[in-house]
Design a protein around this ligand. Structure first.
Ligand SMILES: Nc1ncnc2c1ncn2[C@@H]1O[C@H](COP(=O)(O)OP(=O)(O)OP(=O)(O)O)[C@@H](O)[C@H]1O
Ligand SMILES: [Mg+2]
Length: 176
């Protein structure tokens, strides 16, 4: 699907009784933050795992040692889940700006959303290796919550090897 068609579809799917929860799925640099910020402009509440860590713990490798990152990330995920449930109860439309790399995590969130009274949609951003490298290189000039550390070619290859591509999970694929 093209990005514009996906955005139009998500706008139509907003529902005041059964709120829509968009789950962004994709490797680092695929554009999850950029895409979810477009939904935010249209009134969705954006829950960002990276901004959650940044606001609670500060800058990676500066305000806390790199070894602490995993622990802080786990705690941020717990807070994000709590916020998600409250927002669904409040009938907000939501977008989760996290990576959803693992299938088990996608399954867990689908259940959480449904149990809280919402409906989910997975948006998978499919970007070629070469484009990812280019995007990440451009982004590495920035330093903020959504560009917290530069991702090298080596790290990207490791991410690609570990990423569990969604297939037959009800995902909408946007191919760039
Ligand atoms: N559709 C697009 N076309 C070209 N460049 C894009 C597109 N979407 C995002 N970018 C650029 O690619 C870079 C990575 O995008 P973004 O930060 O949104 O990715 P991300 O999936 O959130 O990454 P991460 O998992 O590391 O948070 C940014 O510099 C952004 O401006
Ligand atoms: Mg991001």
């Amino acid at each position: 699907m093209f990005e514009k068609s996906a955005l139009d579809y998500l706008y139509r799917e907003r529902d005041d009784f059964t709120p829509l929860v968009v789950m962004m799925c994709g490797i680092a640099g695929s554009g999850k933050t950029t895409f979810s910020q477009k939904l935010e402009k249209a009134g969705f509440v954006r829950l960002s795992i990276d901004e959650e860590v940044w606001s609670a713990n500060g800058r990676y490798g500066i305000d806390y040692p790199i070894e602490k990152y995993r622990e802080y990330l786990d705690r941020a995920h717990a807070r994000l889940r709590d916020k998600l449930v409250k927002l669904i109860h409040n009938k907000d439309q939501i977008v989760i700006d996290s990576s959803f790399w693992r299938k088990s995590e996608r399954v867990e969130y689908k259940k959480l959303v449904e149990a809280a009274g919402g409906k989910w949609c997975i948006i998978y951003l499919k970007v070629s290796h070469a484009d990812l490298l280019h995007r990440l290189k451009m982004r590495s000039k920035r330093f903020d919550a959504n560009a917290a550390f530069p991702i090298t070619e080596e790290v990207l290859t490791d991410f690609l090897n570990r990423f569990e591509v969604p297939k037959g999970e009800g995902e909408i694929v946007i191919e760039y």
